[in-house]
Design a binder for this molecule. Structure first.
Ligand code: PLP
Length: 470
């Protein structure tokens, strides 16, 4: 056998092994959830055999890595993982990610990857219409692109806001400003905004935290008052509302905030990383009213749409702001093709992966009807979870139509047992995973429906288990 045939044979065998591993992953549902080990030592021991001096056969590396992933990770793809927003990825994401790696198109310039760029912009135009920038079945307005995730999208939003409000910002940065620029967020806003504020050179002191009312929503009256007072000595430039807070799934009063943004002339960004998926549900869509009045939106397809990570989306109503914020001339980059734009000139990344294919696959395979079915199913399970918990004396703390539930128990409030003690017991059974968060000063449980195939039986199972532990 010549070398070429031998290589091809090995590749075919490795692909067959990969295919079996993926089939096993998607085909079987394990009774117990795997967890990460409590210490890194066992994993480091296994990895010691990789000194990267001698080569190893790819198939062996594949099998060993698959085994590590299977046994030594918290299984976020389990139906009883009621965790952070990332559940399992649609099978189509696996196929898309493999195809992307095989072709490895360079998306920074259109002329290098026309097909990939057009697939992405086709999806972006769809999202622009869905999120209210344009007509649902007509034309889209504004612009956008895929990002690595919500953090990058929020950083992009702050940069666009700065460049919109301070036209010399790109050249002069914060040194060109006489007053401190201020961003307004609610106390439940995502921490990536703090990171973004420090990364773009504003510093954490540029963030004004607007208190929330009893329903955990940003209080628009206080927002207006804070902007009025701050404007005397500082330069308020951006309001960030959250549509589906990370802790509690609460949607800030978007219409009222939009009015304040309009009156004050501030940039209005909506962080809808998880909750934005509600636009696919007829039932939930009305809760996002006001979104269409924003200047920019963060959305993550790798959260509620169950696309593999990282698949973030950044959308803006103001098309020209992207080039104004990111556009630079680089003499080594090929010239732009008419009627197209090059992503390196309109976004933070330079060399960039074809993020959008897995999103395109999910949209194409499921269609809007499939997506709304998934969203509505998970929403109904959130309602069921709230009902079941209430029946067993648990107290629900977050008013939201979205399927994330924050709760506590009278015995926890009375100091008889802590949430941490209950969680340790729950984790030791390896059947369910929920997390802790804070509502106000109170530490509470948080359970989110993240798996598209979770059913009523897993919900009842969780509540029964919790009842037995308290
Ligand atoms: C998850 C989340 C983010 C951060 O997104 P990543 O994709 O994890 O970077 C930002 N905002 C909200 C509201 C989130 O839930």
């Amino acid at each position: 056998m010549d070398y070429k045939t031998a290589t091809a044979k090995k590749q075919t065998e490795t692909l067959a092994t990969l295919s079996e591993l993926i089939e096993e992953r998607y085909g079987t549902s394990r009774k117990t959830l795997s967890f990460s080990p409590e210490s890194p030592q066992p994993l480091r021991k296994v990895l010691e055999s990789y000194n990267f001096e001698e080569p190893k056969p790819l198939k062996e590396v594949l099998l060993e890595s698959a085994n590590l992933l299977k046994e030594s990770n918290l299984d976020t793809g389990h139906r009883s993982y009621f965790g952070l927003f990332n559940g399992p990825a649609h099978f189509s994401s696996v196929i898309a990610d493999a195809l992307v790696a095989a072709y490895n198109p360079q998306l920074s310039v259109w002329s290098h990857s026309a097909a990939a760029n057009e697939i992405e912009s086709h999806c972006i135009r769809f999202f622009l219409r869905r999120f209210g920038y344009g007509d649902l079945n007509g034309t889209s307005r504004g612009a956008g692109h895929f990002t690595s995730g919500g953090s990058e999208s929020n950083t992009t939003a702050l940069l666009c806001a700065l460049n919109d409000q301070f036209p010399n910002f790109k050249r002069e940065g914060t040194f060109g400003l006489k007053q401190r620029p201020l961003i307004y967020v609610s106390e439940y806003a995502h921490h990536s905004l703090k990171k973004a504020a420090s990364a773009v050179g504003l510093g954490l002191d540029s963030i004004r935290v607007v208190p929330c009312d009893s329903s955990l929503k940003m209080d628009p009256v206080q927002l207006q008052q804070m902007i009025d007072i701050d404007s005397r000595a500082h330069a308020p430039f951006c309001i960030v509302a959250t549509a589906g807070t990370t802790s509690a799934g609460v949607i800030d009063p978007l219409e009222e905030i939009a009015q304040i943004a309009q009156k004050t002339g501030l940039w209005f960004h909506i962080d809808a990383a998880w909750g934005g998926a509600a636009v696919f549900s007829e039932k939930l869509k009305p809760f996002l009213k006001g979104m269409e009045c924003s200047d920019s939106i963060t959305f993550d397809a790798h959260k509620w749409l169950s696309v593999s990570m990282g698949a973030g989306v950044f959308l803006t109503r103001k098309k020209s702001i992207l080039d104004q914020t990111f556009g630079l001339q680089a003499e080594y980059m090929p010239a732009e093709v008419p009627d197209t734009s090059d992503l390196h000139k309109t976004s933070l990344q330079w060399s960039r992966r074809f993020i959008g294919l897995k999103v395109f696959f999910a949209l194409a395979e499921l269609g809007s009807t499939g997506l709304s079915k998934q969203i509505d199913h998970q929403t109904a399970l959130g309602d069921l979870l709230r009902n079941e918990l209430s029946k067993h004396d648990w107290i629900i703390l977050n008013p939201t139509p979205l399927p994330v539930v924050c709760f506590t128990h009278p015995l926890i409030r009375a100091g008889k047992v802590t949430t941490q003690q209950v969680l340790q017991l729950l984790y030791s059974k390896q059947k369910h995973w929920i997390s802790e968060t804070k509502i106000g000063n109170e530490t509470v449980f948080r359970a989110c429906i993240t798996h598209p195939d979770t059913t009523a039986s897993e919900i009842v199972g969780l509540v029964t288990e919790l009842a037995s532990l308290i």
